[in-house]
Unconditional design. Structure first.
Ligand code: HEC
Length: 103
């Protein structure tokens, strides 16, 4: 019985949807961080406000976890030294505004 419960909890965690992943995110904080650190470069290569990079047909990111991973990689590559909650705030902002993943 206990094993079954552990199994079920693990299953729920693995299948956490965007709502669970982003439940504690601070969207306005994510928006502000994104505006300050991320838009200029995307805009210089994609034009406009740079958001086309998120909505292009062959988007690299295909789910909420992938989005968090991508934001983490950008954070690391750019040496921004964001904390995990800041990465999550930005990923949640991008999801709410552009990607709209449920999973
Ligand atoms: C120095 C330029 C630059 C900066 C700064 C930058 N990016 Fe990017 N970003 C890119 C480029 C170029 C790509 C496309 C990479 C590719 O196609 O493989 C990209 C792709 C992405 C994607 C994937 C888009 C897709 O296909 O779905 C995400 C998400 C993203 N960036 C988030 C961020 C975030 C968050 C920040 C701020 C922390 C950031 N980027 C800062 C250049 C930049």
């Amino acid at each position: 019985m206990n094993k079954l419960i552990v199994f079920l909890l693990g299953f729920v965690a693995l299948n956490a949807g965007a709502n669970e992943l982003f439940a504690k995110a601070d969207l306005p904080a994510g928006k502000a961080l994104h505006e300050k650190n991320c838009i200029a470069c995307h805009a210089s290569s994609y034009g406009g406000d740079g958001s086309a990079i998120y909505t292009r047909d062959f988007a690299k990111v295909t789910n909420a976890k992938g989005l968090i991973t991508q934001v983490r990689n950008c954070n690391t590559n750019l040496g921004l030294k964001w904390f995990e909650d800041e990465e999550l705030n930005v990923a949640a902002h991008l999801n709410q505004t552009y990607y709209k993943f449920e999973k």
